[in-house]
Structure formats: C-alpha cells, structure tokens
Design a protein around this ligand. Structure first.
Ligand SMILES: Cc1ncc(Cc2csc(CCOP(=O)(O)OP(=O)(O)O)c2C)c(N)n1
Ligand SMILES: [Mg+2]
Length: 541
C-alpha cells in the first residue's frame, strides 16, 4: 500500500497536474521530503507564497488542467489567500495543499505556532475561496476524500483545499482512484443544444463570444469548429484576450465596448443572438459597453450551467455542450468568416521618447519576426497595452485585477509550456513580486521581462490625478537584474527599445529585464479609451 504522501502525489499526476510550486515549513517538511524523494512531479520553490499561488494559477491556465501549490500551515497558507481568491474569481483549478499540525498534536491542548484563532480557522477561510475541501485526518477515508476533491477541481475549474497533518504523510492508504466525471443528462443536453441552434438560426446577427472557461476546459478548437460550421464570427472578452490564437480565421477581435475596435463593438452590441461560451459577466468585460446587451437574446454557458434567455439548464459541461452542438451540424467548413486580422502595429524605431503603445508595437514586430511567445501580464497599463499586441496566448488578472501576478505567472508559464515567456509588468507591481526573478537561475528559466517604469501608480492617477500618493520613486530595476542572475537595460527611446528587445531575444539562459522608462501622465491608447468609457458609463447611470 502506498503512503498517504505518495498516494496524493500520484493522484495529482493522474488528474493532470504537471508540476508543484511551494515553500516548505515544519508542518509540511515530511510531505516536501516525499515530493523530493519520489520525483513523481517536478517541483519548484519560490520566495514568497503569493508567487507560489500566482505561478500555480498560471500553470493551470496554460496547461488547461490542475496545478498544485504546497505550503506550510498558518503563516504560509494565509499568504496564499489572495492569489487563490483570484484563481477562484477567474476559474483556475489550483490545488492548495497545506501541511498541518499532526493529529496527535491537536489533542495536546497547546496553542500551536502559526495558529491564528483556532485549529480550523485556516480551513474555514479557504472554504470561502475553494469549491471543495478535505482534511486528511483519517487514512481510511483519505483516498476517497482526495478523489472527490480533485474531481471537483477539474469539473468546476475552481481551486480546492487539502489539509495534510504532518504525522499522517507516511500512513499506509489505499491508492486514490480517478472518479469518472459526472456527464450531462442526455435529454437535457439535447434539448439545450437544439434550443441554442434554433435561436442562432433565426438570429440575423449571431455572434459567439469566448472567455476563460473555453481555455480551462480545453475547448478552443471545438469553438473554432462550431464557428466555422455555423459561419459565425468569434470575439473574445477583455479577460479572454489570447483565446483561439490558433484560429485567426474565426476571431474578429476583443470586445472592449467603448474602448475597443468600433467594428467589434458593433458586432456584439447589435447582435440579436449572442452565444457566450465560458464568459464571466464582469464589469471589466462589460462595464464599458456603449449600449446594454439584450440578455433576452443571449445564451450563456458558464460553471456547468446554460442560461437561455430567462431559463436555464443545469449540469451541462461546456465540452459536452460543444460536442452536442457540433453533432447537429454539418462538418465545419475549411475556413471561418473573419477577414484577415488587421496588421498589428509596428514600431518606428527612432529617437522619440517611449509611450506604452510603442511597447506593443515592438512586441508585435518581435512576434512577427520570430513567432509568438506565451505572455503573462500584471494589472496596470501593461495589461491594456497587451490588448494592442497581436492575439497570442496570454494570462492576466483581467477580472480579479490583483497586482503581483505578472512575474510569478511568467515563471509558471515557463514551467507549464516549456517555452520562453514574455512578461509585461508595471513598476508598482514589480515592487510586489518582481524579485521572484531571482529564482530563474536555479531552474534555468530565462523570461524576457518588460517593466513599464513610469515611477507611478498610473492606473490610479488616471482616475484621481490630484493625488500625490501615486508618485513612486525610481527603483532603477535594470541595475538590480545582474545580482539576481539576469541582464538588465534601461531604455528611453523607441530605438533603444527595439535594440534591447532584439538583444534580449538572442540572449538565452539568463532572464532579460528591459526597463522601459515612461512619462507620468501618459497611458496606452487602450487604457485611455477604457477610462473614458468607464467614466461615460458611470455618468449614464
Ligand atoms: C494587490 C493590489 N493592490 C492594489 C491594487 C490597486 C491598483 C490598481 S492599479 C494600481 C497601480 C499599478 O501600478 P503599476 O506601476 O504596477 O502599473 P501602472 O498603473 O501602469 O503604472 C494599483 C495600486 C491592486 N489592483 N492590486
Ligand atoms: Mg507604474
């Protein structure tokens, strides 16, 4: 019989995890020893638990599967709360595994170190930001608990919480089985598919909109096939930027309401048959709409539910819905209906001072020349600038909007994809988690990192220009790269940026930090339109 530690690792692997991120502590040392000695999953330690959570979240998104964050009890696990709250908001199935006091210790009656209020306080906190939980305090029940929780993570694409007492890691247990997923009721699925197709057929201007769940459930190819079979255009949400990047023949662009391409905005807001696949109805996706979207003519598939107008179908997995729709259609045509994507902006490499949108143009040139890189963006103008980069795989906190995501997410991307990532991050967010780059040398990661250094919390200044607290100091990040194991360069003009990006691209084996100096008060074109749209929408209320 395997030990509980082994069985848990084997179960993570069997359920699709490809790696573990973590930081040890005395309550999780036995499990870390099992992780290291067993070699069942590669694992990477980072420097602060928020980064562990962000990296695991990004790996889960790129892998379209679960990923694991392993931490010690109390001080470690509570550091994970914010990234796991963000993973919940953006439907990313991170498996949180926290070491914990041994079963025997709990009965000793001491106030145990790392404990906040009570022995179950931590589990109660994580119950709010995970879809299922297990306290593995009984070796007999533990395998079934693990199987149930890991199936929940995969079915709902949401984080789950496992608490592992340190004195049970070596306990003998039965192996963990992989529970079969719960299928849709065939009649309900058929009725739902037929109703959707009927509505799409009578619509004059049907459109498909995709968001994060189409990546989480690995159905981007099926969505593209559906669009081709029905001859429908596809748009992504703000959060869904980068989706269907392998299918440029069906993707018309990203819906940003008043802040976006007017043709895409009209496509969505004039539609009389909007099929929303995996779309989170968030303010960042819809609040800058110029006109309210007619929800009576909208079909929304999200969280294993399908809402059609004002009625809904329960327990309909997104992939099964797509299979049911495709089964009722002729084989998809060879190509979709999207006109060739507009040529992405290119950079005029002259001595003009840099603006954020120049960075997008420089990255477009790099991708055109050498192919796209997996991207991770933090919250800030770097994310809005990312909307001006050609549609390439992107992870970003587009809805939860928490800072600190970018650099750790880029490290998670490197692990999950095996490819060299491009990271876009503002100076304020870099101050939070940028120093995690110091872990690259140990693992051979060599991301290209573009720091948008405007010495400012510029996104806040745009909303409240009079506040001086948005002024940040100049930390001279490029000079910090060397000691951390990378190369850094500060650039101020478009020519310097182009040269630095070309040099970074040819330099492998060390992270490359390009510190792009930007003026305070200047933003990307997209952010400027987004803020104007937000303010206009607020005035309309
Ligand atoms: C964890 C967390 N704490 C505070 C905030 C609130 C915020 C949203 S945007 C922003 C400024 C970001 O500054 P940065 O220099 O990174 O980027 P830029 O605006 O382009 O200059 C703050 C402080 C958020 N979203 N998350
Ligand atoms: Mg800034």
């Amino acid at each position: 019989m395997p030990t509980l530690g082994h069985a848990l690792l084997e179960a993570l692997h069997a359920h699709g995890a490809g790696e573990i991120f973590g930081i040890p502590g005395d309550f999780v040392l036995p499990f870390f020893k099992t992780i290291e000695d067993s070699g069942i999953l590669p694992f990477h330690t980072l420097s602060h638990e928020p980064a562990v959570g962000f990296a695991a979240d990004a790996a889960a998104r790129f892998r379209a599967s679960i990923s694991a964050a392993v931490v010690t009890w109390g001080a470690g696990a509570f550091n994970l709360v914010n990234p796991i709250a963000g993973a919940y908001a953006e439907r990313s199935p991170v498996v949180v595994i926290s070491g914990a006091p041994g079963v025997g210790e709990r009965l000793a009656g001491w106030q145990i170190h790392h404990m906040s209020r009570a022995m179950d306080t931590q589990a109660r906190v994580f119950r709010e930001i995970t879809c299922d939980q297990a306290i593995l305090d009984d070796p007999v029940r533990a395998p079934a608990e693990i199987a149930r929780v890991l199936r929940s993570a995969r079915e709902y694409s949401l984080p789950v919480y496992i608490e592992l007492p340190r004195d049970l890691v070596g306990a003998e247990v039965d192996p963990v089985e992989v529970l079969s997923r719960r299928p849709a009721d065939p009649d309900a699925l058929g009725e739902c598919a037929e109703e959707i197709l009927a509505r799409l057929r009578v619509a004059q201007r049907p459109v498909v909109m995709v968001d994060v769940e189409t990546r989480r459930y690995g159905v981007e190819d099926k969505v593209a096939a559906l669009a081709r079979a029905l001859g429908l255009p596809v748009v992504t949400t703000f959060m869904g930027r980068g989706l269907l990047s392998a299918h440029p023949d069906v993707v018309r662009g990203t819906y940003l309401g008043a802040a976006g391409d007017p043709a895409v905005t009209a496509l969505v807001e004039d539609s009389d048959g909007l099929l929303l696949l995996g779309v989170i109805l968030s303010d960042t996706n819809f609040a800058v709409s110029e006109r309210r979207i007619d929800m009576r003519r909208t079909m929304l598939a999200l969280s294993r539910e399908v809402r059609v107008g004002h009625h809904s179908y329960a327990a309909i997995p997104l992939d099964e819905l797509l299979d049911a729709l495709l089964a009722r259609l002729p084989a998809p045509g060879a190509a979709g209906t999207a006109p060739p994507a507009a040529r992405p902006s290119t950079l005029l490499a002259d001595d003009a001072p840099l603006r954020p949108s120049d960075i997008a143009a420089a990255v477009n040139d790099l991708f055109t020349r050498h192919g796209p890189m997996p991207m991770a963006a933090d919250m800030g103008d770097c994310l809005f600038t990312g909307m001006e980069i050609a549609n390439a795989p992107l992870v970003a906190p587009g809805y939860y909007a928490g800072m600190g995501f970018g650099v750790p997410a880029g490290l998670g991307a490197a692990v999950a994809t095996g490819a060299r990532p491009l990271i876009l991050v503002g100076d304020g967010a870099f101050q939070m988690t940028g120093f995690e780059l110091g872990n690259c040398r140990r693992y051979g990661w060599d991301p290209i990192v573009i720091v948008f250094n405007n010495t400012s919390w510029e996104m806040l200044r745009v909303f409240q220009p009079e506040s001086r607290f948005n002024d940040l100091d100049d930390w001279r990040f490029a000079e910090l790269a060397g000691p951390l194991g990378g190369d850094g360069v500060r650039v101020r003009t478009r020519r310097e940026l182009a040269e630095a990006l070309a040099r970074a691209h040819t330099t492998r084996g060390r992270f490359q930090l390009i510190e792009a100096m930007l003026p305070r008060g200047g933003t990307s074109d997209t952010l400027a339109r987004f803020v104007a749209g937000f303010k206009a929408a607020r005035e309309r209320k």
